[in-house]
Design a protein around this ligand. Structure first.
Ligand code: ASP
Length: 434
């Protein structure tokens, strides 16, 4: 064990151990108060939640500085508009493809037929979702300080872009701020390194807590629904994205998937595209070779408006619940579901569990019983972790395609297996590690 392990390997080990420990607790120690109080609700909960906070702590400053650098790096408002337009269109397109794929496969396999409603009894109360018009109005922040304080990603992106454009217009004064932002960005990247250093323990605790609460036995009665969602996620991640990557970005999908691994681990263990932004950004820039000028915009944008995995869950859930309640859906309703899911993914941020709120919006629209969502609640956490991986893979795929079009993708970095291995902390007076 004295071999030097990369941080990614340590994080993977933390994840695997957490999964095993959590599942063992769920099987054998569910009713032992000591374990529940001191480990599941104690150490695992505290360290896991603090670790998520540490990741979230990085998001706003990192996105701000790196987006300022990105816009100044592009330096041309036309190119900025092009990147914005292309990524928006591609995000909509991939989500539409995802939900269509999910609907087609779910209709063919028809999960939920013959399902007895008593099998799963959680109740679901839908939270209010904002009307879609508000979503567009609220892209413009009434108070930028509030936007930053609340971490409202679309508002932050909007304000920072306007500010950075103004910096470009301001000449010398703007240039000085750009230099400062460049330095702040560099320092923020080091803050990411510090947080990454505790990631093996953080990820272990998150996994141990989730799996001690979510026994795999929960899946059994829902195996039909669960496996159709997983199948669609798999097909979309390995089929649709691979096709898009090799056709439009001219990249090897296999290398891409390998390079994405650290981001996947974080997405899976946090179930939040937003909290994963720092890792996705780093992976895209340092490992895949996308220039900051593209990734700084497309990654936070995608984490907010692009949720292909979530759309897939919605497609399958809609067909499943319709089957359970024996409600026939017609073509118009299916088209409405596609439109609604795409719109809903724009309006909601990438945080855990938000997919269910979006699903409630879709159900209201097509007249399915919202309380039906209670049926799938039990398995949602695990699916949330899986679909978040797909969500960020979608963001990364679109980023690569846009970067290829803009000539901001460095193939030498992409093809170098050693590029951007997550670095260990290297303190200035740190003694040389033996
Ligand atoms: N957790 C997902 C994400 O952050 C959203 C969801 O499907 O609930 O991307």
């Amino acid at each position: 064990m004295t071999h030097k392990m990369t941080l990614t390997t340590k994080i993977l080990i933390g994840m695997g151990l957490g999964l095993i420990v959590g599942s063992l607790i769920n099987q054998f120690a569910l009713h032992i108060p000591f374990i529940q109080n001191y480990f599941v609700g104690g150490v695992f909960h505290v360290i896991g939640a603090a670790f998520i906070n540490a990741l979230k702590m990085l998001v706003v400053p990192l996105v701000t500085f790196s987006l300022i650098c990105g816009v100044c790096g592009i330096g041309d408002i036309g190119a900025l508009g092009r990147i914005g337009f292309k990524s928006f269109a591609l995000y909509l397109l991939t989500t539409a493809l995802a939900i269509t794929l999910a609907l087609v496969i779910a209709i063919v396999i028809a999960p939920g037929e013959g399902f007895k409603r008593g099998q799963s009894a959680s109740t679901f109360v839908a939270k209010d979702s904002p009307p879609i018009t508000d979503v567009f109005i609220n892209i413009v922040p009434g108070n930028p300080v509030e936007a930053f304080a609340q971490g409202n990603m679309l508002q932050i992106i909007f304000f920072v872009i306007i500010f950075a454009i103004a910096m470009l217009m301001a000449g010398e004064a703007g240039k000085q701020i750009a230099d400062l932002a460049e330095k702040l960005n560099e320092v923020m990247m080091k803050v990411v390194t510090i947080v990454m250093d505790v990631a093996p323990v953080g990820v272990f605790c998150l996994m141990a807590k989730t799996f001690s609460e979510q026994g795999l036995a929960l899946i059994l009665p829902m195996i039909g629904y669960f496996s159709v969602v997983v199948l669609c996620l798999f097909l979309h991640a390995f089929g649709t994205y691979s096709l898009l990557l090799s056709t439009f970005a001219k990249l090897s999908p296999l290398t891409f998937i390998k390079k994405m691994r650290p981001a996947h681990v974080f997405a899976f263990s946090t179930a939040s595209s937003n909290a994963t932004i720092p890792v996705t950004l780093q992976v895209l820039e340092k490992r895949i070779g996308v220039n900051n000028s593209t990734a700084a915009f497309t990654v936070p944008f995608g984490a907010t408006i692009n949720m292909d995995g979530t759309a897939i869950m919605q497609g399958v859930a809609t067909v499943f619940i319709a089957n359970v309640y024996q409600i026939d859906l017609g073509l118009t309703q299916y088209l409405t579901i596609i439109g609604m899911s795409v719109l809903a993914s724009i309006g909601t941020a990438g945080v855990p569990g938000v997919g269910l709120i979006m699903l409630a919006m879709v159900f209201n629209q097509v007249g399915l019983p919202v309380e039906g969502i209670g049926l799938i609640l039990g398995v949602d956490r695990l699916l949330d972790m899986l679909r978040t991986m797909v969500n960020i893979t979608g963001d990364a795929t679109v980023t690569c395609i846009v970067a290829r079009g803009e000539n901001t993708l460095d193939d030498a970095i992409f093809n170098d297996p050693q590029a951007g291995v997550i670095e260990d902390i290297n303190l200035p007076h740190h003694k040389q590690a033996s």
